[in-house]
Each structure stands twice: as structure tokens, then as C-alpha cells.
Ligand binder design. Sequence first.
Ligand SMILES: [Zn+2]
Length: 103
Amino acid sequence: MIVGHPSLRRLQRWLDGEEDGLDRHLATCERCATRIESLETDDSVLRQPLLELLTPPEELTTRLRGGIDERMRSREDLTLLSELFGLPIRAARVMSSTSQGET
Ligand SMILES: [Zn+2]
């Protein structure tokens, strides 16, 4: 017999795998199952601002891209090497520095 419903906090803990005693209640209580679903929704909603926080502003992205372009131009030989041999840039850089050491 269900006396009461677990608190939202307990449901959250159950979602986190820290609360074992709710399995039976949730299996029989549609209301709490719905609350669990809403908790999961809230969680994904909370993630959105975090994603926006992690996404750099457009200005910064453009600036970074410009910097990368400049670097790419100065390493055109490496890019060519990696394209010729189908190697990652890092490997091409190792090859390039090795051949430079020999001359
Ligand atoms: Zn319940």
C-alpha cells in the first residue's frame, strides 16, 4: 500500500542511481513515473544554457578561425605532405622535422 509519494529530491537521487528503494513504487505509481519524466526534461533544459556557455561568441570564433588560417598558410608544406601521404598533420610535422634534422 502506497502511503505517500517520494519527494522530488528522492526521485532525482533515484535518477542518479543513489536511491534504490523507489523501484517498486515507480513501477506501480504512474504519477511518480510522470514526475521522473519531467525531472529528466528539466535536466535537459538545464543543459542548454551550459551548452551556450561552452559555445564561444561568434566574434571569438571568427578571430580563432583567422588565426588558424594564418597558421595553416605558414604550414602549407605540412598540409601538402599530409595530403600526399594521407597522414595526419602531426605525423607530417614529425616527418618534416626529421628531414630538416638530416639536412
Ligand atoms: Zn508516487
